[in-house]
Design a protein around this ligand. Structure first.
Ligand code: URA
Length: 252
C-alpha cells in the first residue's frame, strides 16, 4: 500500500469514528468506536505520592493518608456528608460525592451538583449526565468504568458556578479523591473545573494538556454547554481522542 493510500485509509477511519460519535451524541443508534477494550487499559495499582503544591495546606484538613483506596474514599465521603465549611451546606438536600470505579485510570471532574444530583445524591444524573454517559460510552468505557466527581459536593443555588470560597472550602475533598485514586488522566469538564486545577490562563483553555498534582489533565467543554451548543461536539471529540491515545501510550 502506498503512503497516499494509507493516509486515505486513516482519513476514512477517522471520519467513520467521528460519524459514530455524532450519532452517539445525538442519541441515534450506538455504533462502537475503534477504541481499545477497557480491559486492555491499565488498572491503577496503588495510590502514588504526588508532589506537594500550594494547595497542600488545604489537604491537612482531609483525612490522613493511609489504608487502601476505598477506605480513604469512604472516610472522605463520610466527612463530606457532615461538612458545613461553606454556605452551600445550608440549602443542600444531600451531599454528592462521586460515582463510578475508584480503580479507573481516568477521572472526570465537573463543576457541582444540579437539581437532579442534589435530589438523588449522585453526580451527573440529570440531562448533562446523560450526555456525559454517551461521551463515556463513545470512548469505549461502560458508564460505571470511570470515576466521576465535582469541584463542589453541594448544589450551588440555581445551578450557578461555585464561588471561589466554596470551591476552596471543598478543595480538600477533591484533592483527597484525586490523591486516593491517582488516575492516569483527569478530564476537567468545563471552565470551572479547569480553573480549579489551575489550568486557565488567558484565552483558549480547552484541548491542551495540563498537569494537576502530577496527573495529566485534559480540559474540555462541559456537557451542559454541549447541550446548549451542540456545534462544539467536534472539539470535545478531539479532546477525548487525545485522552484515549494517552491511556494507550506506553507507561500509561
Ligand atoms: N453538572 C456538573 O458539573 N456536575 C453534576 O454533577 C451535574 C451537572
Amino acid at each position: 500500500m502506498t503512503t497516499a493510500e494509507l493516509d486515505l485509509l486513516q482519513l476514512r477511519e477517522a471520519a467513520l469514528a467521528y460519524l459514530a460519535w455524532e450519532q452517539q451524541l445525538s442519541g441515534f443508534g450506538v455504533p462502537a468506536m475503534q477504541v481499545p477494550a477497557v480491559s486492555d487499559l491499565p488498572v491503577q495499582a496503588a495510590p502514588r505520592e504526588l508532589p506537594a503544591n500550594d494547595v497542600a495546606a488545604a489537604l491537612s484538613r482531609a483525612p490522613a493518608a493511609g489504608g487502601d483506596r476505598r477506605t480513604r474514599l469512604a472516610q472522605l465521603e463520610a466527612e463530606v456528608r457532615t461538612c458545613t465549611s461553606c454556605e452551600l451546606a445550608k440549602a443542600r438536600t444531600q451531599t454528592v460525592f462521586a460515582r463510578g470505579n475508584p480503580d479507573s485510570p481516568v477521572v472526570f471532574v465537573g463543576e457541582g451538583p444540579g437539581q437532579e444530583e442534589d435530589r438523588l445524591g449522585s453526580p451527573f444524573v440529570g440531562p448533562a449526565g446523560q450526555l456525559l454517559d454517551k461521551m463515556i460510552t463513545a470512548m469505549g468505557f461502560a458508564r460505571d468504568d470511570v470515576y466521576i466527581c465535582n469541584v463542589v459536593k453541594c448544589r450551588p443555588p440555581g445551578n450557578r458556578t461555585p464561588l471561589p470560597q466554596e470551591a476552596g472550602a471543598c478543595a480538600p475533598y477533591l484533592l483527597g479523591q484525586l490523591d486516593a485514586i491517582a488516575p492516569r488522566v483527569i478530564v476537567a469538564l468545563g471552565r470551572c473545573a479547569a480553573e480549579n486545577m489551575g489550568l486557565v490562563a488567558g484565552g483558549g483553555w480547552r484541548g491542551r494538556w495540563g498537569q494537576f498534582r502530577g496527573i495529566d489533565v485534559m480540559p474540555t467543554y462541559h456537557p451542559a454547554f454541549l447541550l446548549r451548543s451542540p456545534e462544539f461536539k467536534r472539539p470535545v471529540w478531539e479532546d477525548l481522542q487525545k485522552v484515549m491515545a494517552r491511556l494507550k501510550a506506553p507507561g500509561a
